[in-house]
Design a protein around this ligand. Structure first.
Ligand code: TXA
Ligand code: MG
Length: 417
């Protein structure tokens, strides 16, 4: 009798407490084409077609699916079904007051989310024409009877983007419903740029991951608020579309008597008390982008400004406090960085793990590789990750935005000898 009871309890435990395995299905982006710009996709590979059909079935059942976008992998669920959208929060361990981005595959889908009388501001017309589909998120006035409050966290706006990744667009189009999708990582961790990053982090917590290969952009979308009366563009989160790209496009399209709108970056060009209070932008309130080991940001002397740099040797002495012996330390830096020769010359007992971020002249490559680098070095078991700081121009602005949130401390060193 007792034996039978133990057996039943054990069976119930394994049925309900052990996580169901997560399937990983390959989805070939090259097999997906869109005959006209926003129509239903045509899919040449039967396996990819099957994977997408399966994923949209899982989504329609109210469950989560991780899928690739051009920026990072997203953790998707039906945006207009509160119970489905809530699952995203429990799967990621995301605080409920942090709103989600809604992803659409067509302008018709966008239109159905907006107030009937809403007219797209001229800036939004220009930005969507140039950057959609793509890594740009825009805030719109929300209609609470359409978009559930779990998505907007009761903000008066809803963030919407149209991703360009063929798998993301095809999945939304086949599901015939907008998908809410934050980055597919446990809250606070670096965003995943490969299916295996998602699998390592969330295995057992969701039924399905679509593997569409590595993400091209590597950092999340640029989040823009263009709803202010002054017509200016406010960047809440720098990302895949750079400030310079946006300025160039606005300067080209606003001609004659039209005044070109300003592009203002939050915290660099303006502050906003409401935003500072509400956790509506990454890193304002919560920890972000941090692997399970400490990250330190290393500024080299040419960027030191008002900070007094120490020598590389002194810096190594200080960081030794972070890690236990034997000292495994990761270094993320551009391939032409002078830091590499300093690590080679280092005669301490540090065992260096390197990950290169492409040439310093091409921050677009560093953006693509940054999260992969943090996650790879963490996986290699280092006790500390050092990342070389970037100049805050082009993609460097978004890179530094993420690094300043990931890093627990910043150091300034002089590498001149
Ligand atoms: O590239 C991306 O944007 C990726 C992919 C998956 O699309 N998604 C993504 O989602 O980065 P998430 O949740 O990790 O970041 C979205 C950020 C949130 O931190 C949130 O604070 C902000 O956008 N956000 C969402 N709705 C907002 C709103 N109504 N007002 C202000 N900020 C909002
Ligand atoms: Mg995120």
């Amino acid at each position: 009798m007792l034996k039978r009871l133990v057996h039943l309890v054990r069976r119930a435990y394994f049925q309900f407490m052990t996580p169901a395995p997560t399937s990983l299905l390959r989805c070939d982006p090259d097999a997906i084409t869109f005959p006209s710009s926003f129509s239903i996709p045509s899919i040449s590979s039967p396996d990819t077609h099957q994977a997408l059909i399966r994923a949209s079935q899982v989504l329609r059942q109210g469950q989560c699916v991780a899928f690739p976008t051009e920026t990072v992998y997203g953790l998707g669920a039906l945006a207009l079904e509160p119970a489905a959208a809530s699952r995203i929060f429990s799967t990621k361990g995301r605080p409920a007051d942090n709103p989600l981005i809604v992803h659409v595959s067509s302008f018709e889908m966008l239109q159905n989310l907006l107030p009937a009388d809403f007219v797209l501001p001229r800036t939004y017309q220009v930005l969507t024409q140039h950057f959609w589909p793509g890594p740009l998120t825009l805030l719109f006035p929300t209609v609470p009877s359409i978009v559930p409050s779990v998505i907007t966290a009761n903000q008066p706006t809803v963030a919407i983007r149209m991703p360009s990744h063929p798998v993301a667009r095809a999945l939304i189009a086949l599901t015939q419903a907008p998908l809410a999708a934050p980055s597919a990582n446990s809250s606070g961790k670096p965003s995943p740029t490969r299916a295996e990053h998602v699998f390592r982090d969330l295995d057992g917590k969701l039924p399905l991951i679509l593997d569409g290969g590595p993400c091209d952009v590597g950092l999340e979308s640029t989040v823009i608020d263009g709803l202010h009366d002054d017509g200016n563009i406010r960047i809440l989160r720098p990302g895949g579309v750079t400030v310079e790209d946006i300025q160039r496009v606005l300067a080209k399209e606003f001609t004659g008597s039209e005044e070109t709108p300003k592009v203002l970056v939050h915290r660099r060009d303006y502050r906003d008390d409401a935003i500072e209070q509400a956790p509506t932008t990454p890193g304002m309130k919560y920890r972000h982008y941090s692997p399970s080991v400490p990250v330190v940001l290393l500024h080299t002397s040419s960027q030191s400004g008002k900070h007094k740099p120490t020598s590389f040797h002194e810096f190594l002495k200080e960081i030794r406090a972070y890690t236990a012996e034997p000292t495994e330390v990761g270094l993320l830096a551009t391939e032409d960085s002078p830091l590499w020769s300093h690590t080679v010359a280092d005669t301490s007992n540090i065992h260096w793990h390197g990950f290169t971020l492409g040439p310093s002249t091409q921050p677009i490559i560093a953006a693509r590789r940054l999260f992969d680098g943090l996650l790879t070095l963490e996986q290699e078991g280092v006790g500390l990750i050092i990342v070389e700081a970037f100049e805050e121009v082009q993609e460097g602005l978004a890179i530094m935005n993420r690094l300043q949130k990931a890093a627990s401390e910043s150091y300034w060193v002089s590498l001149d000898k």
